[in-house]
Design a protein around this ligand. Structure first.
Ligand SMILES: Nc1ncnc2c1ncn2[C@@H]1O[C@H](COP(=O)(O)OP(=O)(O)OP(=O)(O)O)[C@@H](O)[C@H]1O
Ligand SMILES: [Mg+2]
Length: 207
């Protein structure tokens, strides 16, 4: 994937987030403060505008622009978390003009570690990490096993479906949703859901 295609994927992320903003906000209204869709939509709209002027062929530069834009526009808990994810992704992609599947694993791993470092959350706390960590592991396994692209996508989609369902079965212990304690049970995590849409967009754009 070249920088130009990375930019197209990010533009597609903006469209998906824009379309799903109300859904994300509704999920956050149930267990948080109802701003997740608004936050994400504002951030990715700014990313989209910013990328219209992006000319670098270095994928790291493109991802760094995204990180800086998200950090300065998203706010809330998810702004710094996604911002750090893209910043770490940018560092992993630095100097690369054409990303292959091994690069993709390095970039994803760096991004997920960034979220873990920034948010100090672990798996099972009802956050975006309950989707991102299983996705990273599934992708690493798929590469190890030498799966085809189609098989890899199928594997990741099914892991994502399980992960989203899993967030409904656990109690939030991080972020605003943790104030609800047991009342957070039965509700789907908004951050895991926005991560689902972002990863889905990447999967849909690789051929
Ligand atoms: N420490 C954390 N680590 C990883 N993800 C987190 C953490 N805290 C919150 N999140 C994610 O952020 C999402 C909420 O994002 P939102 O944009 O609504 O920010 P917010 O309203 O400021 O945050 P919060 O509701 O967490 O106080 C949650 O659904 C969860 O997935
Ligand atoms: Mg919120």
């Amino acid at each position: 994937m070249k920088a130009e295609q990375v930019i197209q994927t990010l533009q597609a992320m903006n469209q998906v987030i824009d379309r799903e903003a109300q859904y994300l906000t509704d999920l956050d209204a149930a267990i948080g403060d109802g701003d997740h869709g608004i936050n994400m939509k504002r951030g990715f709209a700014a990313v989209s505008t910013k990328l219209e002027g992006e000319t670098s062929e270095d994928c790291g530069d493109v991802l760094k622009t995204v990180a800086m834009t998200l950090i300065s526009t998203v706010g809330g808990a998810s702004g710094p978390l996604y911002g750090t994810a893209f910043l770490k992704a940018a560092q992993a992609a630095k100097g690369k003009t054409d990303l292959n599947k091994e690069d993709a694993l390095e970039i994803l791993t760096a991004a997920v570690e960034g979220v873990q470092f920034r948010g100090k959350a672990a798996r099972g706390e009802k956050t975006m990490l309950d989707l991102l960590i299983p996705v990273k592991e599934a992708y690493a396994d798929a590469l190890d096993e030498g799966l085809s692209l189609e098989e890899t996508k199928q594997r990741i989609f099914s892991v994502m479906d399980e992960s989203i369902a899993y967030t409904k079965t656990i109690i939030a212990t991080k972020g605003r949703a943790s104030y609800l304690g047991e009342r957070s049970l039965g509700h789907q995590d908004p951050g895991a859901t926005s991560s689902y849409f972002l990863i889905k967009t990447v999967l849909d754009s690789v051929e």
